[in-house]
Design a protein around this ligand. Structure first.
Ligand code: SF4
Length: 903
């Protein structure tokens, strides 16, 4: 076993510390880092499975070039880099700098982000560089800037434990930021722990055990928080001294709140809530001094996302609940380095080091520091408009790094069309095949997690190192190195001489201190910003390599800062925070007769983004393996679909197909579809293609949480599944989903036509025609049931189960047979039943991914042992005993069992 390396998880914005090593067999091993303040040794299920996701299968190992005739060929780095440099240079020369663009990612390290932003804004002279962070937290950025004068998260994770009340708004924290949620629940379950209120249209895993859940009507959050501001004022809970001394704009904000939300009963009615619940929430907020309001994509991904953020912040400013332990508004970011990207100007409307493109003084500072030949002088195009410009031919060369916009952007089919017509598409990625890479003219192999070297910043402003512990695969290179080489080939010899990430980090740190003056007695100078990395600007290589996690601002003595604004001074001129008068407005596109349901999109517990990494892990695929459409049973009835059948969700912008399910805590009138599936893992499940392109007018963040849709049956003649050791040719079928298991691939299938001769078709499709193979088959033409198993030398190679309806045997036992080199006679006899010899329980869908414990097994144990605590389940079955990510689901299963027993 190699010595453990301290690094940071590459998934969500919690930023957990990881101890990573390689064992004697070359397998990656990970554990939570007990010394990292963000997670104190914990990892969620995704973090725990990191070792499963770093293999070489599917990796992009060499540069690839697509020629004019469509042929893709391997190339050397020299040729590939020259192709990029020549292409970008030609477009700039012929059409100007705004004809090129970069679309980057919160997966990049700060050092990568820094150099690409420097190249675009300071050398090419365009601000057409935006990031996929635009899609998840740009409304928080805009809200912070309006309120505080700078994009600052004021608090730290400890505040969530020290709070008396935690309000979780638009955040399924239990699934999307599990370790942080565990910190909250552990505090809640302790003595004097915080009360928890969840505001979310869905009853998610986060709601399990909460004191109050407000299933708010989508898009009405501004009204709810305006109502709270009015309530706080009317009940004398505001802090006039703080408001007078440290803020401006209170009267206007209050007047706006009073105008539309002075009556809690009306607020409740407009937000689709019970009046008693709204008042209960307002009273809880009023009574508790220490309140943290944590918000995430449910707030941000809205055409009024920025106003929602400010409506929340207004309540904290009015009560002076900011800058002190256990209180404050808290934006939690989706990606590992969304915050780092914000710090170095990764958004199209920002400059590096928290300076503004729109401020001439800031542009001068950055240009003087970089000594660059030019400087972009206006904000660039934000993500949605950037791809519109590609589609319209205004942007002719585009470099995409570490992201998959053909899947993840709204109106994703239009994005594909835009990429198809773009003159030069360059993609830097760790895997070869993605929906976006299919459009690349130049494909550049990047380093992945475990290979990269640099820094990331978590949601609490904590800078942590990502360190390599794996060898560089093939010819892959760090993104920063490739960008610097392209810059030099474009003629920018100076400015990109970096030899390692340490040199880039130090330059970034120095820029945060450059002309960053302390507040003057009579106000704050124009260039004053809280982002100041102090002593990190003098880090030597060794100190960088051993850098311990630290929260910015960093002092000259090297100390971090857990909380900001404790002194009541903000980053606006004169040091005052600003209230923003917010008026609620409905989502841009309303439901109507044609599209009567509201589509909400989001993440599931065990997958990440477009699954390019997490789908490699059999453990993670066990939880939810298929794209689904979660909807209320009444809506399903109205739409003519049933649980387990396939349905088509369509909007004015596109359509997708998934399996109908209930039980996701969704109210009537809404449907929920996860964001993860791409064309690599399913026939037609990209929900991005369905999502409308409306954006927030301030932040440019898309309205992912509200698209009018309709749901219809997806008619097929048969349903089925196949398990196989080798990939199968599923693309010709009407519906397929690919799920990687342990030593097998699983396909969930359906098709519009039934084969005339099932046996002949199955043999050909499974590749079982060879002589010497065993072939077991059964068919009942009356019921439409067909089952076949292909064995070779006593070992199962593949199996196929078809039926007219989606009622098929459990996949669990059959899947387990792929781990055996030879089946015994009893197993052979049972194969076509799909059940173990002598029958036996179906464990049901996986709930605990760490130990592979299924729902049915857990329910049986709860009933048999009269359990009422997750810990009892853990003691009996181990479920919940490793990462703890499934504990909210264990709570739900206990509650469900109790409800059935009571009935
Ligand atoms: S909560 Fe999970 S996904 Fe997020 S950083 Fe921690 S281990 Fe990674």
């Amino acid at each position: 076993m190699s010595e453990a390396v301290r690094t940071t998880c590459p998934y969500c914005g919690v930023g957990c510390g990881v101890l990573a090593s390689v064992d004697a067999d070359g397998a990656a091993r990970v554990a939570g880092d007990p010394a990292h303040a963000s997670n104190r040794g914990r990892l969620c299920v995704k973090g725990s499975a990191l070792g499963d996701t770093v293999g070489m299968e599917g990796r992009l190992l060499h540069p690839l070039l697509r020629e004019a005739d469509g042929v893709v060929r391997r190339a050397g780095w020299d040729e590939a880099i020259q192709r990029v440099a020549d292409g970008f240079s030609r477009v700039v020369a012929e059409h100007g700098p705004d004809a090129v663009a970069f679309y980057v990612s919160g997966q990049l390290l700060t050092e990568d982000y820094y150099v690409v932003n420097k190249l675009a804004k300071g050398y090419l002279g365009t601000a057409n560089i935006d990031t996929n962070s635009r899609l998840c937290m740009s409304s928080a950025v805009a809200g912070h800037k309006r309120a505080f004068g700078e994009d600052v998260v004021p608090g730290c994770y400890e505040d969530l434990e020290q709070a008396e009340l935690v309000v979780l708004v638009g955040s399924n924290t239990a699934w999307c930021h599990p370790v942080l949620f565990q910190r909250v629940t552990q505090a809640r379950d302790g003595r004097d722990g915080p009360r928890v209120v969840v505001i979310d249209p869905r009853f998610t895993a986060t709601c399990e055990g909460a004191d109050l859940h407000l299933p708010i009507r989508p898009g009405t959050d501004v009204r709810l928080f305006n109502g709270l501001l009015s309530f706080l004022f009317r009940h004398g809970v505001i802090d006039p001294a703080f408001i007078d001394a440290h803020t401006e704009g209170f009267d206007a904000a209050l007047a706006a709140a009073e105008a539309e939300a002075g009556d809690p009963a009306q607020v409740a009615q407009q937000c689709g809530l019970q009046a008693a619940d709204v008042v209960a929430f307002y009273r809880l907020f009023a009574r508790h001094e220490k309140v943290v309001t944590l918000f995430s994509q449910g707030v941000n991904q809205s055409s009024s996302g920025t106003d929602k953020v400010n409506a929340i912040i207004n309540c904290h400013l009015a009560t002076a609940r900011i800058g002190r332990p256990g209180m404050g508004p808290f934006s939690i970011t989706g990606q590992p380095n969304a915050m780092g990207g914000r710090e170095v100007g990764g958004l199209a409307n920002m400059l590096a080091a928290h300076m503004e493109l729109g401020e001439p003084a800031h542009r001068d500072i950055v240009q003087a520091f970089w000594q660059s030949p030019r400087m972009a002088d206006k904000p660039g195009l934000k993500a949605v408009e950037l791809f519109d410009a590609v589609g319209e031919g205004r942007i002719k060369a585009l470099w995409i790094m570490a992201t998959n916009p053909a899947v993840s952007l709204p109106e994703a089919d239009k994005v594909r069309a835009a990429l198809a017509r773009c003159e030069l598409v360059v993609c830097s990625d760790i895997v070869e095949r993605t929906d976006t890479n299919a459009f690349a003219h130049v494909l550049l192999p990047a380093l992945g997690w475990g290979e990269k070297d640099g820094t990331v910043t978590s949601s609490e402003r904590r800078i942590s190192r990502q360190r390599p512990f794996l060898p560089v695969p093939g010819e892959a290179r760090a993104d920063w190195r490739v960008v610097c080489e392209v810059a030099r080939r474009m003629g920018f010899e100076r400015g990109f001489e970096f030899g390692n990430p340490h040199e880039i980090f130090v330059e970034h740190a120095q820029l945060t201190t450059f002309r960053n003056r302390e507040p003057a007695a009579d106000g704050v100078p124009a260039a004053y910003r809280r982002l100041h990395l102090g002593s990190l600007a003098r880090l030597d290589r060794r100190a960088y390599d051993t850098l311990a996690p630290v929260q910015w601002p960093v002092t000259e003595a090297g100390e971090g800062t857990p909380r900001l604004f404790s002194d009541g001074r903000f980053s606006h001129a004169h040091g005052r925070a600003r209230f923003v008068a917010t008026a609620s407005r409905p989502p841009v596109h309303a439901v109507d007769r044609e599209y009567p349901l509201v589509l909400n999109t989001g993440r599931i517990r065990d997958q990440w983004h477009t699954m390019t990494r997490t789908a490699r892990s059999p453990r993670l695929n066990g939880h939810i393996g298929e794209p689904f459409i979660d909807m209320h049973p009444h809506d399903a009835l109205r739409c003519g679909v049933r649980e387990g059948t396939l349905a088509r969700v369509s909007s004015r912008w596109g359509a997708m197909v998934g399996r109908v399910r209930h039980g996701g805590g969704i109210l009537a009138g809404q449907v929920f579809v996860p964001i993860h599936w791409s064309d690599q893992f399913a026939s037609d499940a990209r929900v991005g293609g369905v999502v409308n392109p409306a954006v927030d007018p301030v932040s440019g963040e898309p309205e992912f949480k509200h698209t009018p849709v309709r749901v219809e049956p997806f008619a097929v003649r048969w349903y089925g599944f196949a398990l196989a050791r080798q990939a199968l040719p599923a693309s010709a079928l009407s519906y397929w989903t690919l799920i990687r298991g342990d030593r097998f691939l699983r396909y969930e299938l359906a098709h519009r036509e039934r084969p005339a001769d099932c046996d002949a078709w199955a043999k050909g499709w499974l590749g079982a025609d060879e002589t010497g193979a065993d072939w077991l088959a059964f068919e009942d033409r009356e019921t439409g049931v067909y089952r076949a198993v292909h064995l070779r030398d006593g070992r199962i190679e593949s199996c196929l189960f078809l039926a007219a309806q989606p009622h098929l045997p459990s996949r669990q036992w059959l899947s387990s047979l792929f781990a055996r080199e030879r089946l015994d006679e009893a197993d052979r006899l049972a194969l076509l039943s799909g059940e173990p010899p002598g029958g036996g329980g179906d464990p049901g869908p996986v709930v605990c991914s760490c130990f592979g414990v299924g729902r049915n097994t857990i329910l049986e144990a709860i009933r048999a042992n009269d359990m009422d605590l997750p810990a009892q389940i853990t003691a009996e079955l181990r479920a919940g005993g490793n990462c703890g990510s499934c504990i909210p689901e264990l709570r739900r299963l206990i509650a469900e069992t109790r409800a059935v027993t009571a009935a």
